[in-house]
Design a protein around this ligand. Structure first.
Ligand code: ASP
Ligand code: MG
Length: 488
């Protein structure tokens, strides 16, 4: 069966055809100017057989949720007014991007969809509830609208684009709000719907985020799920690359709000991206890229406002060569609002560890790092809110003390811990700053420090200065444009 599939795939793409999946997020399609940029970007990739995946226009998913909540609370008038605004926004964009008969056809489709949305709001008002199932149905409208609009805008620009209903191709379980794809059926449906289009030279356009159960009940892949759609489509079509087009230049070496020197990371591994996400960086969530990772498809994070920039390449397999020649540290991240907990007991043994873990777990208190020593267990947790209850529950077994307002500053890089000088240079940089604990996570990719929350900026900046020194200004001794020459 698999061999057969493999053969089929090879024959479909035997001419060495590439497929590139290009996902555009909400801000990349937020208005007419943004959609025109998208058209230009797709045009620049036509030879690479693009498949376009789009999010709802910026803010639309939140507005749909707000309208649904209003309807379920009995405020039907307000709910209808909100979706009316969403309709007008799409309609105006259609008007400025699409002409003539194509405009009328698109407008008919949009009207039809909006009527369905209005009748859903009536149902919500009647039933007075918005459950996970109806919420999926409701929120999916955003991607239905945006994908039709962008498909027509691409056609208008002379691109042979064809809309593909993602809801019908991506088949999931019935876990509404966060459904998981049923892989075999989804792969088959995507191949059947999209491959022939690509073969004929067309660009396929799909809404992200939306899917349905085997019985055709609408589901979604969870908020922010369009990235997941792109990875699913990429894996099903054996894409050569997946591009996530957004409104930043890529994944940065540090949060630019903390550190103005932060720069774009050119290449990183999926594992590094996962560590970054875990340690508080707002990056593309690697879990959503799992299908790409499995199929070893590189993912690029690119800026639709500045498409000429190189962006970040997230490689399925870390390049072995990289850490040898380049910087061992890929990024520095900080997680605030951490509490350092000390659990003291006369007897620290595996039974106690087990009990302590179970109690933290029961209180949904996520433990980040853990170390044991004679007589105590040290833990870092994301929030102190459950600690009083945990301390009460452990009374008699162990004494629980904690300190708030800490932050975990973390260096991330492939094999970072195999490079002994990294830890010592980092420690030297912050040793005067009351670094309470130096803890090393379980992976080879992180080294972390616990600092006072008030010292986060300072410590990130210092560490960044050490591991990402500013390039020396190039002195152009002979050139007339050089500042030195002008001054002299
Ligand atoms: N529109 C959906 C959301 O806002 C999915 C996405 O944009 O990825 O969550
Ligand atoms: Mg997103």
């Amino acid at each position: 069966m698999n061999g057969h599939k493999e053969l089929e795939r090879q024959s479909r793409f035997e001419r060495g055809d590439d497929v590139v999946v290009m996902k555009f997020g909400g801000t990349s399609v937020e208005d007419a100017a943004a959609i025109r940029r998208v058209i230009g970007i797709v045009q620049s990739r036509l030879k690479a057989h693009p498949v376009v995946v789009v999010s709802a226009l910026a803010r639309v998913t939140d507005q749909l949720l707000e309208a649904g909540t209003a309807a379920a609370n009995g405020h039907l008038g307000a709910a209808l007014a909100m979706v009316r605004d969403i309709y007008v926004r799409h309609e105006q964009l259609a008007d400025s991007l699409v002409d003539g008969s194509a405009y009328s056809a698109l407008d008919d489709e949009l009207r039809g969809d909006f009527r369905a949305l209005e009748s859903l709001l009536l149902d919500l008002e009647a039933s007075r509830q918005l459950n996970a199932k109806s919420r999926d149905h409701l929120l999916g409208f955003g991607e239905c609208f945006s994908s039709r609009l962008i498909n027509e805008a691409l056609c208008q620009a002379g691109i042979h684009a064809v809309h593909v209903d993602a809801g019908a191709c991506i088949v999931t379980d019935a876990r509404h709000g966060q459904a998981s794809p049923v892989w075999d059926v989804t792969e088959q449906r995507l191949q059947e719907a999209v491959s022939p289009l690509l073969q004929s030279g067309a660009v396929a356009v799909l809404g992200g985020f939306i899917a349905s159960t085997g019985d055709g009940v609408p589901t979604t892949l969870g908020r922010g799920g369009s990235d997941f759609t792109a990875a699913i489509v990429g894996a099903a079509l054996c894409a050569a690359r997946i591009e996530i087009w957004t409104d930043v230049d890529g994944i940065m070496t540090a949060d630019p709000k903390l550190c103005s020197d932060a720069r774009v990371i050119r290449k990183m591994s999926f594992d590094e991206a996962a560590e970054l996400a875990h340690f508080g960086a707002k990056v593309l969530h690697p879990a959503t890229l799992a299908p790409a990772m499995r199929e070893n498809i590189p993912v690029f994070v690119l800026n639709s406002r500045r498409p000429e920039r190189e962006g970040t390449e997230i490689m399925a397999r870390a390049s072995r060569a990289k850490t040898k020649i380049g910087n061992a540290v890929s990024a520095i991240t900080a997680k605030r609002n951490v509490a350092a907990v000390d659990v003291q007991s006369a007897r620290v043994n595996s039974e106690l560890l087990h009990t302590v873990y179970a109690v933290f777990d029961r209180h949904a208190c996520v433990v980040d790092v853990m170390a044991t020593s004679l007589g105590s267990i040290s833990l870092l947790v994301d929030s102190a809110s459950a600690l009083p209850a945990i301390a009460a529950e452990l009374r008699g077994v162990a004494e629980v003390r904690w300190e708030n307002h800490k932050a975990l500053v973390c260096l991330v890089g492939e094999n970072i811990r195999r490079q002994p000088d990294v830890a010592s240079r980092a420690f030297a940089a912050v040793s005067d700053m009351d670094v309470r604990v130096v803890c090393q996570g379980a992976s080879d990719r992180t080294i972390s420090f616990l600092v006072e929350e008030s010292k986060v900026e300072e410590s990130v900046r210092r560490l960044h200065g050490i591991f990402f020194p500013q390039p020396q200004p190039v002195r152009d001794w002979g050139g007339i444009s050089s500042a030195y020459c002008q001054a002299g």
